[in-house]
Design a protein around this ligand. Structure first.
Ligand code: AMP
Length: 399
């Protein structure tokens, strides 16, 4: 399935290897890392490089610095955390392509690790001018002999350090990207059936391309969350004050017709937890989907829906989930999302959670360990599910 070369397909021994990682970690106001999952995610690649005597140069972005170098966006805390995780020093450069970075890169010994400063301290990194991006990528490339991309979270961006740099060096993927492609790509191209996709979240408009692409591939498409109400409207139901995209009602009709024509079962909620107000402690009750009264809004899927969705998930062989089933930030409307997460965790199927809110939900609820693959990329996994080619993966050498 994976037709791209990986670090195992190239001799890294004694070579300077520049690795694009996604160390865009959340920091508190004191600059402490509050969640090191992204650093941990890159460990298999980094450990492989150390064990195979490479001279590793790590490059990442963190946050969105707008005006060049700023201490609060420094990669220093990530270098420190990585050093704790691998039990060896991580040398920190004070710039990205400046004298300090170049001197330290040139002096690297086998098995040593160097972390460059935040690549977005240079606006060239994200420049839309191809020549500007190329010139910067070439500078980065000049420090190394091999390029490894292991930053799935930015693989959907054609930036200097995520894609353009591959023009100048032999380019392969690391273990994190390999795993993402194998799970998500494998499910999309050759799923064990029944193949069920479950989509939620607030808007149809954000997920049109995902729905459209998945209708061509799945046996059952489950739609929950806020976007279900645009489909209800398309079916002529009263939706009260539920969230709706009026300008997507026609599209919802077309998507339902497409599913029908393709023989794909499209499951919408049969009942909903509705509330008077958009508040956790609002008055609430469960009503059938065709019985939502004026003045009430649907904020979660209902009990019968939870049963139907859970059964469908448990009887599947492959499940992909993206997007919460309700306003899961409020505990009273998090039940549907929680139960879907539980059904995935208890299913014997190959289960994939595609980034963003649903990934956060399975982690919060402690189910992440029981899911076959929780994608590390929000936007990137969505674009993958849309069937798009991700520039950061496309740029790598074919097998
Ligand atoms: P998205 O960013 O499109 O994945 O959507 C996630 C957001 O959808 C979360 O913040 C949820 O609170 C919200 N959401 C889910 N269901 C509903 C609903 N029934 N009404 C309003 N917002 C919802």
């Amino acid at each position: 399935m994976l037709n791209k070369k990986t670090i195992e397909d190239i001799d890294v021994s004694g070579k300077k290897v520049i690795v694009r990682v996604d160390f865009n970690v959340p920091l508190d106001e004191n600059g402490n890392i509050t969640d090191d999952k992204r650093i941990v995610g890159a460990l298999p690649t980094i450990k492989y490089l150390i064990a195979h005597k490479a001279k590793t140069i790590l490059v990442s972005h963190l946050g969105r610095p707008k005006n060049g170098p700023e201490e609060k966006f420094s990669m220093k805390p990530t270098a420190k955390r990585l050093s704790e995780l691998i039990g060896q020093e991580v040398i920190m450069a004070s710039d990205v392509i400046g004298e300090d970075a170049k001197t330290k890169a040139a002096a690297l010994k086998e098995g040593q690790v160097l972390m460059l400063e935040n690549v977005r301290f240079h606006k060239e990194e994200t420049s839309k001018d191809p020549e500007v991006a190329r010139a910067f990528a070439k500078e980065l490339a000049s420090m190394a002999e091999i390029y490894v991309n292991d930053a799935f979270g930015t693989a959907h961006r054609a930036h200097a350090s995520t894609a353009v740099i591959a023009e100048f060096l032999p380019a392969v993927c690391g273990y994190l990207i390999k795993k993402e492609i194998e799970f998500m790509g494998g499910a999309l191209s050759n799923p064990e059936r029944p193949f069920v996709a479950i989509l939620g979240g607030s808007k149809v408009s954000d997920k049109i391309k995902v729905i459209d692409n998945l209708i061509d591939k799945v046996d059952t498409l489950i739609i929950g969350g806020g976007m279900a109400y645009t489909f209800f409207k398309a079916k002529g139901y009263n939706i009260g004050t539920s969230i709706v995209e009026e300008d997507r009602v026609e599209l919802a009709k077309e998507l339902m017709a497409k599913a029908d024509a393709k023989g794909v079962k499209l499951l919408l909620p049969v009942d909903n937890m509705v509330a008077k107000e958009f508040k956790n402690d609002s008055e609430r009750k469960v009503v059938a989907s065709n019985a939502i009264e004026d003045g009430w809004m649907g904020l979660d899927i209902g009990t019968e829906t939870i049963r139907i969705f859970s059964d469908t998930i448990k009887n599947a062989k492959t499940v992909i989930w993206n997007g919460p089933m309700g306003v899961f930030e409020m505990p009273n409307f998090a039940v549907g999302t929680k139960e879907v997460a539980k059904a995935l965790a208890e299913s014997g199927a190959l289960t994939i959670v595609g980034g963003g809110d649903s990934a956060a939900a399975v982690e919060q609820m402690g189910y992440a360990e029981k899911i076959s693959h929780v994608s590390t990329g929000g936007g990137a996994s969505l674009e993958f599910l849309e069937g798009k080619t991700l520039p950061g993966i496309d740029a790598l050498m074919d097998k």
